[in-house]
Design a protein around this ligand. Structure first.
Ligand code: BGP
Length: 489
């Protein structure tokens, strides 16, 4: 028998990673999770104002007091203070979303709401004052409620025109001030959370795949149309798609499991393929055929997709999952946190909310996406949601969030590794750089921030802001351009 020694390889690099000098370090948020002021400044209701239970819970009839998003962290009134704190950390970039229903309260009006536009003028003024580059998400789980109720959300082709009108207003108003734009947050999540992601109120059991995939097509066309409009009215802007990235490993080396993992990954790749290559890939068309789905795709749609591919690819990354040939598995326990499904990885630890922690998965995704699309990449969400305790150290209130520091350190280290692999990475915005309301559970106790916000799940709290230990840690990472990152233990 041929006995060979296998030399173990290590994921750690021999030298510390180097980040490019113009790397965009920063943080990310979304309007519905921070702004509050849900009925101020002429804002209309959005799908978020009727989902006090978060992503997975069905909507209720109207805004209710238990909905923490109605007040959020009051960014609407405190944005200047918050942006000053971001500047203190040395942020180069700040990702936020524009609430569609602040600009078009119902979504189908012809003229925008000036007060809404003026609010974002002021946010941009503040960012400019501190030399922070804005990164704007046009639609982050914030479809106006009227479009959901009257049109059944993105199942209706008319949404393409409403969205295009909204996007045009934004590009005309802010195109000279905002370089980086994302069309839809986690566009692939539409297939998993139709109400939150696509404003589709039809209950899951009544929603057919045919309707759901048609809604997906409408969003993809709208994304391409917005890209076209941006290039016409605001030359110089950079348009990115935004994908929920979740590398999927085979649960075992059995080829059936490898194939199952490949299919799961293709389910997400398809969205980037359309955005970067301008057409549906063959494997996706086959999937539709196999399921008996026939999409209504016009010649104009095809042309829009083909001619208006994105400038860069952005994504969120929180965890990897495993997949296997389900027919061969008995009952399996699915990962708690993943809206995409997937099987928990037996080798990984999880956060308090069951999200498995896998820094190397981020390097894997960066390499995959770069190899596949050859477009610059932007990590626009990554972070640890955890329970924090406010303590007093030397008379100053803070949070000793060592677990968050080590999570972020280890992920950023892998970003550095990917850069050393030759991947073009534009920047990194930590999710929830200031504590905010969770999207999946609508809790405030699931905290991600460098800045603690004194507000709690029962709605109590002063809304005061406090710098956590990670605030100072991130400051040092940014000012050293990543040199202070430690090799993973
Ligand atoms: C992403 C969403 C964000 C954000 C993040 C963290 O899916 O784009 O809006 O909330 O997940 O999730 P959660 O808030 O559920 O912890």
């Amino acid at each position: 028998m041929d006995k060979r020694t296998v030399t173990p390889t290590s994921a750690a690099a021999a030298t510390a990673p180097t980040f490019p000098a113009n790397f965009l370090w920063g943080g990310a948020t979304a309007a519905n999770q921070i702004e509050g002021a849900y009925n101020e400044g002429g804002k209309g209701l959005s799908v978020q104002d009727v989902t006090p239970g978060g992503l997975m819970s069905p909507p209720v009839a109207g805004p209710t007091e238990d909905n923490l998003k109605l007040v959020g962290i009051d960014f609407y009134h405190r944005f200047a203070e918050d942006i000053a704190l971001f500047a203190e950390m040395g942020f180069k970039v700040f990702r936020f979303s524009i609430a569609w229903s602040r600009i078009f309260p119902n979504g189908d009006e012809l003229e925008p709401n000036q007060e809404g536009l003026e609010f974002y003028d002021r946010v941009l003024d503040e960012l400019e004052k501190h030399g922070i580059e804005p990164l704007v998400t046009i639609s982050h789980y914030e479809t106006p409620l009227h479009l959901a109720n009257e049109y059944n959300g993105w199942t209706n082709r008319k949404l393409i025109d409403f969205y295009a009108r909204y996007a045009r207003v934004l590009f005309e108003r802010y195109g000279s001030r905002v370089k980086y734009w994302l069309t839809f947050n986690e566009i692939n999540s539409l297939l998993h959370i139709p109400f939150m992601s696509g404003g589709i109120p039809t209950p899951a059991e009544e929603l057919t795949e045919q309707t759901l995939y048609q809604a997906m097509h409408h969003e993809l066309v709208a994304s391409a149309l917005a890209t076209k409009i941006a290039r016409e009215v605001a030359p110089g802007v950079q348009i990115g798609c935004m994908i929920l990235a979740m590398p999927t490993y085979p649960l075992t080396p059995h080829p059936d499991d490898v194939l199952a993992a490949m299919h799961a990954e293709q389910g997400n790749f398809a969205f980037g393929d359309v955005h970067c290559r301008g057409a549906y890939p063959g494997y996706f068309l086959r999937k539709l055929r196999d399921r008996g789905i026939t999409l209504d795709i016009t010649d104009m749609d095809r042309e829009l997709l083909r001619e208006n591919t994105v400038d860069f690819v952005s994504f969120s990354y929180y965890m990897s999952v495993c997949e296997a040939d389900r027919a061969k598995l008995g009952e399996i326990e699915l990962g708690q946190g993943s809206i995409m499904g997937g099987i928990p990885n037996p080798t990984l630890q999880a956060s308090e909310w069951g999200w498995q922690i896998d820094p190397i998965g981020l390097r894997v995704v960066l390499n995959q996406f770069w190899d596949r699309w050859g477009k610059p990449l932007f990590i626009v969400e990554n972070g640890l949601g955890a329970k924090d305790v406010l303590v007093e150290v030397g008379g100053v209130k803070t949070v000793i969030d060592d677990a968050r520091i080590s999570y972020l350190n280890d992920h950023l280290y892998q970003v550095g590794e990917a850069i050393a692999d030759g991947v073009d990475v534009l920047g990194y915005t930590t999710w929830g750089c200031i504590d905010l309301v969770s999207a999946s559970t609508a809790q405030l106790s699931k905290r991600y921030g460098f800045i603690f916000v004194d507000r709690h799940d029962d709605g109590s709290g002063t809304l005061e802001r406090y710098r956590k230990k990670s605030f100072y840690w991130y400051h040092d990472v940014i000012s050293s351009n990543g040199d202070t990152l430690a090799a993973p233990r």
